[in-house]
Design a protein. Structure first.
Length: 370
C-alpha cells in the first residue's frame, strides 16, 4: 500500500565487493527501488568500491576511515568479497570482521527454509518441512586475534589460537535466540562440544541455560556439534531455532544452505539488535570465482537478504512481499543453473520484478480485482 505520509529516507551503504558479489547486487538494488516506494521507503545508495581489487591497488580492503564512512548509513548491503591471489584471511579480517565488530553486529541470523519449488536433496518424511533459523554468535568465540606463532619455519614451530567467550557475549546472543524461539515454535537447540572443549563450551552451556531459565515457555536442548550436523540431515524438521558459536554457526549454515537447495539462495543478516549502529546484510555465498563474469549467478540469495533488511527496517510486510515474489519466481520454474535451470542472473531478477508488479496491481485493484 502507498503510504500517505512523505517517504522515510533510508541511507544504505552498498559494498558490492568481488566476483558475483557485484553481479547480484545490481538487480537487488533495482528490486528495492521498485518495492520501497510502495511501503513509504525512499532509498539513497552510498556506493563503496571496497574489495580485493581495491586491496591489490591500495594495500587495504577499505580506507582507514572506512568504519567512520559507514557509521552514517542506516544499513549496509554487502555482496561478497574474495579473489584468487588475495588470501581469504585478508578479505575477512580487512573488511567483514571489522564491520561486524565495530557496529556490534553480534547476531548473524541465517534462515534455513525449504522454499516451494525447490527440490530438497534430502529425503523428507511425509509432511516434514525444513524451516528453522540459525542464530550465530558473530563478534567473538573461535574467530579471535589472540594467539601467535613462534619458531616460524623450524621444526619447533608452534601456532596458538585462543577462543574468546565472554559472559556478556554469550548472554546477549542466547537472549536473542530465546526471544526468537518464543516468537516461533518455542524450541531452541544449542550447539556445544563440552565433551572435548572443556573450558569454553561448558561455559557456553551454563550461560545459555542461565538465560533460558527466564524463558519457561522455550524448550532448550544441547547438542554436540557433530551429532547436530548429523541430525540436520536425518531429522531437519525437528529444528526451530539453533544458537551456535561463531565457528559452529558458520559451518552449520553452509550445511543448512545445501539442505535447502543451493548456497545461491541462502540469506543472512549481521544484526545489531539494539539498532544503535547499522546492521549489515549479505548473502551466505562468497564471490564464486568459478562462475564470476558468466552472468549465471543466482541472485535470489541477495534478494532474500534484501527482504531481511526490509524486516529489520521495521517493514515486515515489505519483506514478506519480496519473499513471496522470490517464491513465485521459483515455482514458475525460472531458475539459474545451480538450481537445475538455464536462466541468467538478469532473467531471474526480472521475473522477481514482474511478480512484484503483478502483486502490486492486484493490491491496487482491491478485493474485486483479486
Ligand atoms: N561473505 C563473504 O564475502 C564470503 C563468504 C564465503 C566465501 N567468501 C570468499 O569467496 C571466495 C570463494 O569461496 P568459496 O568458493 O569457498 O565459496 P562460494 O560461496 O563463493 O562458492 C561455493 C560454490 O557455490 C557456488 N555458488 C556460490 N554462490 C552462488 C550463486 N549465487 N549462484 C550460483 N552458484 C553459487 C560457486 O559457484 C561455487 O561452486 C573465497 O575467496 C572466499 O573467501 C566470501
Amino acid at each position: 500500500m502507498q503510504s500517505p505520509d512523505s517517504p522515510r529516507k533510508v541511507t544504505v551503504a552498498v559494498i558490492p565487493g568481488d566476483g558475483i558479489g557485484a553481479e547480484v547486487m545490481e538487480p537487488a538494488l533495482g528490486i528495492l527501488e521498485e518495492i520501497g516506494p510502495r511501503h513509504g521507503l525512499e532509498f539513497a545508495w552510498q556506493h563503496h568500491g571496497w574489495s580485493c581489487e581495491h586491496y591489490t591497488r591500495t594495500g587495504r580492503m577499505m580506507p582507514a576511515d572506512g568504519i567512520d564512512q559507514l557509521a552514517g548509513a542506516d544499513q549496509i548491503l554487502l555482496g561478497a568479497v574474495g579473489f584468487p591471489g588475495v588470501p581469504d584471511h585478508v578479505s575477512l579480517w580487512g573488511l567483514l570482521i571489522p564491520i561486524r565488530r565495530a557496529f556490534r553486529q553480534y547476531v548473524n541470523l541465517r534462515p534455513v527454509r525449504l522454499l516451494p519449488g525447490i527440490e530438497c536433496p534430502l529425503r523428507l518424511r511425509e509432511g516434514e518441512d525444513i524451516d528453522f533459523v540459525v542464530v550465530r554468535e558473530n563478534n567473538e568465540g573461535e574467530y579471535s586475534e589472540v594467539g601467535g606463532r613462534v619458531y616460524r619455519g623450524t621444526e619447533d614451530e608452534i601456532a596458538v589460537q585462543e577462543s574468546v567467550f565472554t559472559r556478556r557475549g554469550v548472554t546477549r546472543v542466547a537472549r536473542y535466540a530465546l526471544d526468537l524461539a518464543s516468537s516461533r515454535r518455542g524450541s531452541l537447540a544449542s550447539a556445544t562440544k563440552s565433551n572435548g572443549i572443556v573450558h569454553t563450551m561448558p561455559f557456553w552451556d551454563e550461560v545459555v541455560h542461565e538465560v533460558a531459565a527466564g524463558y519457561p515457555g522455550v524448550e532448550v536442548a544441547d547438542y554436540h556439534i557433530d551429532a547436530l550436523a548429523a541430525q540436520f540431515v536425518r531429522d531437519p524438521g525437528r529444528f526451530d531455532v539453533v544458537v551456535a558459536s561463531n565457528l559452529f554457526g558458520d559451518i552449520l549454515t553452509d550445511l543448512g544452505a545445501a539442505m535447502v537447495g543451493s548456497i545461491g539462495i541462502a540469506p543472512s543478516g549481521n544484526l545489531n539488535p539494539e539498532k544503535e549502529h547499522p546492521s549489515m546484510f549479505e548473502p551466505v555465498h562468497g564471490s564464486a570465482p568459478d562462475i564470476a563474469g558468466r552472468g549465471v549467478a543466482n541472485p535470489l540469495g541477495m534478494i532474500w537478504t534484501a527482504s531481511m533488511m526490509l524486516d529489520h527496517l521495521g517493514h515486515p510486510e515489505a519483506g514478506a512481499e519480496l519473499l513471496s515474489a522470490v517464491t513465485a519466481t521459483l515455482t514458475s520454474g525460472v531458475r539459474t543453473p545451480d538450481l537445475g535451470g538455464s536462466a541468467s542472473t538478469g532473467e531471474v531478477a526480472e521475473a522477481v520484478l514482474e511478480h512484484l508488479r503483478d502483486a502490486a496491481q492486484q493490491d491496487d485493484a482491491g478485493p474485486a480485482g483479486r
